[in-house]
Design a protein around this ligand. Structure first.
Ligand code: DOR
Ligand code: ZN
Length: 345
């Protein structure tokens, strides 16, 4: 097969940032995706409906004229989030979902949640009003090995939330381990997971090829090859509990190539090409549409998009641009370590 048409995809996890970075990166998403869930970890974070509405306006102003793109806004959950505010913001459509960052787990997560028990009343309300909870699933205890933080979070925190509130719609975001694929697969019907193109493309060796590779540093950190294979098996299987959330996370080049480099991989530009290549290599092109365009909207109770996109397999590998400009600075564009023949036309 060297041509496929699929329903226009959605990206259920993006970081757009703000100001000049927002303007530079947004077209990379709106070119191929119809909808996206926008992360709230700005500085300062998006804490309430008003913040979300203002941010949404700035995003809408950055959408290129010809792109038909719809951002879905989120609120950053803290131990001070007010139940009634959430209810109201969800009911009037301003805010789609709530993001739970364990405090200190990742970029700009300092105001996140320290004690999950403290937010259980809010999660109860969310279950009642059917507002999705998006989780960065990693332990923050620095004593825990960085490669085990997702697995232990599932055992110690996620399992507790799921058992207390089986009616709550939960997305465990950007999963990276075999344990996560098993837990989600066997979990209740309201539990699903998103997977990124970089965790499908690379294993942890990619962080250390001949030296430290800051542009392959993200959180949750890349894992062993056995885990990457488990993610590939699930993503390409068509299983409706797994869908695309790119976690495209732009940082300026200098902020990544630094003494204490930021976590995050900017993958929006070639995301669909890379996924088509991976699904093709795994003889699963028939399931690409489920992963990118159906399973996520189904989990969130939304209709799939009506438009389509076409992907073509070229005779020679495509050439990647290596950066996008942000005024005088730049953001490095994610490129996998295998040739990619597919292109969106
Ligand atoms: O690698 C990451 N970057 N992981 C996250 O969870 C946050 C993100 C960011 O905001 O840069
Ligand atoms: Zn993210």
């Amino acid at each position: 097969m060297d041509q496929i048409d699929i329903i226009k995809p959605d990206d259920w996890h993006v970081h757009f940032r703000d100001s000049d970075i927002l303007k530079a990166v947004l077209p990379e998403t709106s070119r191929h995706f119809a909808r996206a869930i926008v992360m709230p970890n700005l500085i300062p974070p998006i804490l309430n409906e008003n913040d979300a509405l203002q941010y949404k306006k700035r995003i809408e102003n950055a959408i290129p004229k010809n792109d038909d793109f719809n951002p879905f806004m989120t609120i950053y959950l803290t131990e001070k989030t007010k139940k009634n505010e959430l209810k109201y913001a969800h009911k009037n459509g301003a805010v789609f979902a709530v993001k739970l960052y364990p405090a200190g787990a990742t970029t700009n997560s300092a105001s996140g949640v320290k004690d999950i028990k403290k937010i259980m009343p809010i999660l109860e309300t969310m279950a009642e009003i059917k507002m999705p909870l998006l989780i960065h699933g990693e332990m923050t205890d620095q004593q825990i090995d960085i490669f085990d933080r997702e697995k232990i979070f599932i055992e110690k925190k996620l399992d507790f939330i799921c058992k207390e509130l089986p009616e709550l719609k939960i997305t465990l975001e950007h999963i990276t381990t075999k344990e996560a694929t098993t837990y989600i697969n066997e979990g209740n019907k309201n539990l699903a997971a998103s997977i990124t193109p970089h965790h499908l493309s690379l294993n942890r060796n990619a962080i250390f090829v001949g030296g430290i590779r800051p542009h392959n540093y993200c959180l949750p950190i890349l894992k062993r090859e056995t885990h990457r294979k488990a993610l590939i098996d699930m993503a390409t299987s068509g299983n409706s509990k797994f869908f695309l959330g790119t976690d495209t996370a732009p940082h300026l080049k200098g902020d990544k190539e630094s003494e204490c480099g930021c976590a995050g991989i900017f993958n929006a530009t070639y995301c669909m090409s890379i996924l088509a290549e991976i699904f093709d290599q795994n003889n699963s092109l028939d399931n690409l549409e489920s992963f990118t365009s159906l399973n996520g909207s189904n989990h969130y109770g939304l209709k799939p998009n009506s438009k389509k996109i076409r992907l073509l397999k070229r005779k020679y590998p495509i050439t990647f641009i290596d950066r996008i400009k942000v005024k005088k600075q730049s953001i490095i564009v994610f490129k996998p370590d295998f040739p990619v023949f597919w292109e969106v036309v």
